[in-house]
Design a protein around this ligand. Sequence first.
Ligand code: ADP
Ligand code: MG
Length: 151
Amino acid sequence: MSQFEFISKKPEDTMAFSERLGSLLQPGDVLALEGDLGAGKTTFTKGLAKGLNITRNVNSPTFTIIKEYYGRLPLYHMDVYRVEDSFEDLGFDEYFEGNGVTVVEWAHLIKEQLPEELLTIYLYLDESGSRKIVLEPKGERFEELCKEIMS
Ligand code: ADP
Ligand code: MG
């Protein structure tokens, strides 16, 4: 499985990177965001929203699980941290199969329900405070997308 890495020294770097990714997304794309609390998953999603021409402020959907935003494409922003049973069906499929882009923070917590093809993004916080961003594509579409972003 291929992996692509990017070092982000500040929030603006993360958002510039995810904004570029956001500008390349297509209907039905699913992104899984993984990383500890404060690693930058929501910050990453803010940049992504900008790349989708969403003007509303994106903030953490922790208590609502799913928030929807409308730009060039709809963005379904999920934070499944509080989903207790990995099989609990909150209608995720309808989002994954819909015409928007879905971003799932803590996606591994519902791994049984995730689509086969998706782009997983790991955010690691290191001692210096910077973030290592690792992209792990599954499927041809996301492999190509990663190559384009990293070029
Ligand atoms: P999560 O959703 O993973 O819990 P947040 O995005 O809510 O994380 O919070 C990340 C915090 O870390 C924000 O306060 C952000 O400003 C800060 N931060 C510092 N450096 C970076 C960086 N390089 N990339 C992303 N966030 C950063
Ligand atoms: Mg968050």
